[in-house]
Design a protein around this ligand. Structure first.
Ligand code: SF4
Ligand code: SF4
Length: 342
């Protein structure tokens, strides 16, 4: 693997980026409510063909942004040279080139790694379809928007939440007939998956999250592992092979063999794995500990080995990430993405 890929791995697994005092990054700083950077101000950095989304801070941190001659940017790690040439990549909404909306950041379920259940349920931050449409139009004026993606916590009931997806997907599809639209809902039936497709979604992400059922039952205590796999299978029947993806989080006490088996199972179904290193942050640390996830550091060697494993299993099943147009596979900011990064 080339050296820059190793640097991407270290960046993904590492801490925040410290900005020089008084320095304001160009463009928008993303304040995500979902994904690994939830809850902090983040920026997307590009170097070579890679991009990574990192929390940014003015406090001391693992990485430091350095402004050199003629404004050239570089990164140091613990004060030592790390990436010679780096730049900020514009964020549309949440990530580059996509308008990615979190319809409702709250959630009635309690997955230990997720920031959503910790949000104050009385503080309604949900985005209604009119608001999303006007935010989208504003993004279209200021940026090149290649895809629109939606995620959401579950609020009220699964049916109501899926209904909110369907409404907004239909509106985007009507206004932008050729726009790739990705959805990452929690679904409880094949009918809901079909309705999302019929509304105009082109790609769907249904997360099995864990490689082992015992880990899942501790980490996602309100959800059922077998159901997640069943919905995933149905999603492939509805959306087609390669148009369905699934988060598989590692670093929660499973072995590499567990990951191998789960990757094989995902690819056999025709779903593209999004293999993601667990993030333990001050936000989820206590709940992850209660769920039995100690959060032992993941080494870059393990991350790269598992990504290689993912690539070879995908190859064997004739799957690629290259055709994905939405959500994390297209964004690539938080993971090593086979066929794109290496
Ligand atoms: S279902 Fe779980 S992972 Fe999804 S938003 Fe709710 S708590 Fe988070
Ligand atoms: S890879 Fe996924 S979670 Fe990470 S910034 Fe991109 S869209 Fe968000």
């Amino acid at each position: 693997m080339e050296e820059n890929l190793r640097r991407k791995t270290i960046l993904i697994l590492g801490g925040a980026v410290q900005l020089p005092d008084g320095y304001t990054p160009p463009g928008r700083v993303s304040r995500s409510t979902a994904g690994p950077g939830a809850g902090s101000g983040s920026a997307v950095f590009r170097f070579g063909k890679y991009r990574v989304k990192k929390p940014v801070t003015y406090d001391e941190a693992e990485f430091q942004l350095v402004i050199g001659k003629r404004g050239r940017l570089s990164l140091t790690r613990h004060g030592k040279p790390f990436i010679k040439n780096i730049d900020f990549e514009p964020v549309v909404r949440h990530c580059p080139q996509q308008a990615f909306f979190d319809i409702d950041p709250r959630c009635m379920f309690r997955c230990a790694f997720c920031a959503s259940p910790l949000l104050d349920p009385s503080e309604d931050k949900h985005l209604d379809s009119d608001t999303i449409m006007s935010m989208l139009e504003e993004s279209m004026k200021s940026h090149e928007v290649r895809a629109v993606s939606f995620t959401s916590g579950v609020v009220g009931s699964v049916e109501e939440t899926v209904g909110r997806f369907i409404d907004i997907v239909g509106r985007v599809r009507e206004k932008y007939p050729d726009m790739p639209i990705g959805v990452e809902p929690y679904v409880s039936s094949a009918d809901q998956i079909r309705m999302l497709r019929d509304a105009g979604a082109t790609e769907i992400k249904i997360n099995v999250q864990c490689a082992r059922p015992d880990v899942y039952s501790r980490v996602c205590p309100d959800l059922n592992y077998d159901d997640a796999w069943d919905r995933l299978k149905e999603a492939v029947e509805v959306f087609g092979r390669g148009n369905v993806s699934s988060n598989l989080i590692y670093g929660m006490g499973e072995t590499d063999v567990d990951i191998d088996i789960a990757l094989e199972r995902l690819c056999r179904i025709g779903a593209v794995p999004v293999l993601r290193a667990v993030r333990i942050s001050p936000i989820n640390m206590e709940r992850m500990g209660e769920a039995g996830v100690a959060g032992a550091a993941i080494t870059p060697e393990r991350a790269m080995k598992l990504a290689e494993m993912q690539k070879s299993i995908m190859k064997r099943h004739g799957l690629t990430t290259e055709d994905a147009r939405t959500m994390c596979l297209e964004c690539g900011c938080c993971d090593l993405v086979p066929f794109r990064d290496f």
